[in-house]
Write a protein that binds this ligand. Structure first.
Ligand code: DX5
Ligand code: ZN
Length: 217
């Protein structure tokens, strides 16, 4: 049995039936709820505010909040009370040490996300402050996109950097994850898989989560 965690992306849930979808993935074995926050600037799309995060805490599944926003230093404080993991994009955060420290100071796990074209070495100087690296396998903005090729190579490179830091750093893959590519990512070093469209479209969500966890390269 693999230890990989599965984090359903609520972007693929039915917004008019969010509670039912959250209960369904919780019952299916979800480890985290992945909440995609989009600001209409860093990415063209818009999603939820902190009230939705607050409300989702009642289900008792830790929130993995992925901020796809410009000026994340303004948005981070809004989500800190509700997040278990709070992730900012390196491309949007020029003062990365400062913002990661502000997350850790609140006892929340600090994440850094890398767009597909961003090199893995960008995390080298912040490994002492990072608990999670999110390797984007699609350009962020929408669910349901196809995973770009070669992203397992980046996962492997991030894994190498994490290992040489000597710290326990989770590596999450986000975008286009399915039972067909999950094994490749896990064997490259991924410890958390985000799943949106694959999981929410699956006829049996429990089986889909098992398929993600057990898939081999
Ligand atoms: C993309 C989001 C992802 C996405 C995942 O901008 O960050 O979390 O919703 O959904 P799928 O699994 O459908 O790519
Ligand atoms: Zn995401």
């Amino acid at each position: 049995m693999s230890n990989v965690k599965v984090a359903p992306s609520l972007l693929s849930a039915d917004p008019a039936n969010l509670a039912a979808d959250v209960i369904s993935v919780k019952d299916a074995g979800a480890d985290l709820l992945h909440l995609d926050i989009m600001d209409g600037h860093f990415v063209p799309n818009l999603t939820y505010g902190p009230q939705v995060a607050e409300s989702l805490t009642r289900f008792g599944v830790p929130l993995d909040v992925h901020l796809m926003v410009d000026n994340p230093e303004r948005i981070v404080p809004l989500f800190l009370p509700y997040a278990s993991y709070l992730t900012v994009h390196v491309e949007a955060a020029p003062h990365l040490h400062r913002i990661l420290q502000s997350i850790k100071d609140r006892g929340v796990k600090a994440g850094v996300a890398l767009n597909p074209a961003t090199p893995p070495e960008t995390i080298s100087y912040v490994t002492d402050l990072v608990d999670l690296v999110v390797v984007m396998a699609v350009n962020p903005g929408w669910g349901g996109q196809k995973c770009l090729t070669g992203m397992e190579r980046k996962v492997r490179a991030v894994k190498g950097i994490a290992l040489s830091s000597g710290r326990d750093i989770d590596i999450e893959v986000d975008g286009g994850v399915t039972h067909e590519n999950a094994g490749l990512f896990v064997s490259a070093g991924a410890t958390i898989l985000v799943s949106g469209s694959y999981l929410f479209k699956a006829p049996d969500r429990r089986n889909a989560i098992i398929a993600l966890r057990e898939s081999t390269a």
